[in-house]
Design a protein around this ligand. Structure first.
Ligand code: SF4
Length: 121
């Protein structure tokens, strides 16, 4: 039986719904070109921690809070998350969503995106 989607996961999918037909690479270019993004002077490694969706609950919670703090108020957070999902990224924290959460949301997104494409074909 498939696991139920959490409110948090649904909220993240709702955030990116308006980008469903966008190009993930173009979104990433928009993010990179935004001088006001929170991570402009932050090393990329900050967003690729050892903690993943298989880490223990405390580690996942700590990572969630860390990335939320890093990305809070970033003006391109939705584009950042949508682009990563559309490109099929498997790792990293994106759009304020920590890697462990992003990995689970990515699977949900890919399943729904594929279904949507099949229905449109
Ligand atoms: S949401 Fe976070 S990772 Fe994405 S551009 Fe903003 S600060 Fe960087």
């Amino acid at each position: 039986m498939p696991r139920r989607i959490t409110h948090f996961q649904q909220d993240q999918l709702d955030r990116v719904a308006r980008f469903a037909d966008a190009d993930g690479d173009r979104l990433q270019l928009r993010v990179a070109d935004t001088a006001e993004r929170n991570c402009r002077d932050v090393p990329t490694e900050v967003f690729f921690p050892a903690t993943d969706e298989y880490s223990d609950q405390q580690a996942r919670l700590t990572e969630r809070l860390r990335i939320q703090q890093q990305c809070r108020g970033c003006p391109v957070a939705d584009e950042c998350l949508a682009g990563a999902l559309l490109r099929g990224e498997r790792f990293g924290g994106w759009g304020g969503v920590a890697q462990p959460d992003f990995q689970a949301i990515g699977r949900l997104f890919r399943t729904r995106h594929k279904r949507r494409q099949e229905e449109a074909a």
